[in-house]
Design a protein around this ligand. Sequence first.
Ligand SMILES: NC(=O)C1=CN([C@@H]2O[C@H](COP(=O)(O)OP(=O)(O)OC[C@H]3O[C@@H](n4cnc5c(N)ncnc54)[C@H](OP(=O)(O)O)[C@@H]3O)[C@@H](O)[C@H]2O)C=CC1
Ligand SMILES: O=C1O[C@H](COP(=O)(O)O)[C@@H](O)[C@H](O)[C@H]1O
Length: 511
Amino acid sequence: MTPERNSRPRTLLILGASGDLTQRLLLPGLASLVASEVPADRDMVAGLRIVGSGRSERSRADWQKQVNAALAEAGVRAADARALVAAADYVVADPTSKADLNRIIEGVRAGLIIYFALPPAIVLTVADTLSKLSAEATKVLDTAVLAVEKPFGSDSRSAATLNRRLLRVVPEEQIHRVDHFLGMATVLNLVGLRFVNRLVEPVWNADNVEKVEIVYDEDLGLEGRAGYYDTSGALVDMLQSHLLQVLSIVAMEAPASIDPVDFRAATAQVLRATEVWSGPPVLPGTSLPSRRARYTAGTVDGDARSGDSGSGDSRSADPRSGDSGSGEKGRGRSMPAYAKEKGVDPSRETETLAELVVEVNTRRWAGVPFVLRSGKAIGVPRKEIILTLKPVGFVPRGLTGTERPERIVVGLKPSSVTLELTMNGDGDPFGLDRHDLSATLDAAPITAYGEVMRGVLGGDPTLSIRGDVAETCWRIVAPVLNSWRRNEVPLEEYRAGSEGPAAWRRDITPR
Ligand SMILES: NC(=O)C1=CN([C@@H]2O[C@H](COP(=O)(O)OP(=O)(O)OC[C@H]3O[C@@H](n4cnc5c(N)ncnc54)[C@H](OP(=O)(O)O)[C@@H]3O)[C@@H](O)[C@H]2O)C=CC1
Ligand SMILES: O=C1O[C@H](COP(=O)(O)O)[C@@H](O)[C@H](O)[C@H]1O
């Protein structure tokens, strides 16, 4: 049975609608489609019934207000929002209860999309519950699409189990494994940048590239998400999922087309060839291919250059801010030490900053280290991909200032592409300096989650993670998770608002 694509009316059932993901990302993503100037986007959401569900008591009117607020925030005119808001409904239900799910799903008369906006720990139970529903509900599920968030399982085995159990509910083509980094405009732009530009395409390989860094450093802290984050940490939250997906596009061969089969085969090939780095040390100060650290108290104010190594000394927090910490976004915020955040179990040794070096064992990339890094509470957020190029084979005698390598820097947020070139500096034509050729891209009108929703609602799996790939990503990081569990890699500290432990700072190529 094929999913009912774009058949209208359809019902989007969000399980866990009272949560952070729904509020901050899913509804704004949907709203960006409604606000889109592209008719096909608006078409995708026209006639949609957005049903929120959760155990929390909540009224239909409250939910409609929340949907309406997201639409208004995206600039949707009240007249255009009216039908969607009026059709929106909220059902108090436990997603692990058969009776509750039967009650909701039996009533669905049109194409059903179920979005699991739920803590990863209960996803398997919910999948199992879905596989045991009444005949009437099961009939509705026959054509349903299931959208499942990351992290998908907690290791290769549990990911394989989850795959099998989801397949008891719907076939693979109706499962959408979400990774919103694949919906980021800049990540998708990599495909065009890499494969269409004569200047870029020929240098994108081990003959020309010394090192690739994929960095996603955020100034945000825990943001009240201890329940989830404290059991995952930076490696699982960011590297195992998002950054490996970015790597798969950075390193893939040109697919024959950008249809889902070709595109996903090309990215899967990269991840199947990816392993923890086994070559000579890449991260200075350690012979290991990974490092981890967590933040101590500090102030995130954007001026991190004087950051220290994270002594755990809460005196570095800004006493004037009166801010209790990471519950808010923005700058100039004092943050408590991660270990003192509400809901954190300090004995878990959860890392908030992780670095991992991997290799991609393909003809194109063998021998090139790929450094993945992501941290929270970092003073100067950096979200970019940096390709450091190898020096040219010959430099005419007399040219000076050629030591600094050229780089291609792709900004993930904000979106930009910069070619860092060596050219003549002021005055002396043969004394060279670094100059940037930079293009800043306008913010995409469709958010990354809007792009995800486009795929989910449109039944297009191009940006959905294949089931086997979800398992592969765990295989890649398993040796690191194991060595961290065995305490072979020390958990270092950095002050919130700094750039990470002092000893690490020089390693990520400075801008
Ligand atoms: N938040 C984010 O920034 C991002 C989140 N994600 C992913 O999205 C998913 C959801 O994240 P998020 O919204 O932050 O999660 P939350 O912790 O906010 O949980 C979402 C909802 O799930 C329900 N819930 C919690 N525990 C249970 C339980 N034991 N049984 C049944 N329902 C439960 C709660 O609703 P109620 O109590 O009303 O039932 C809660 O509001 C996760 O997989 C996460 O990794 C992905 C990218 C970003
Ligand atoms: O999935 C997640 O992503 C966000 C970072 O993505 P962004 O689009 O919000 O910048 C990260 O903060 C969060 O911890 C993680 O769960």
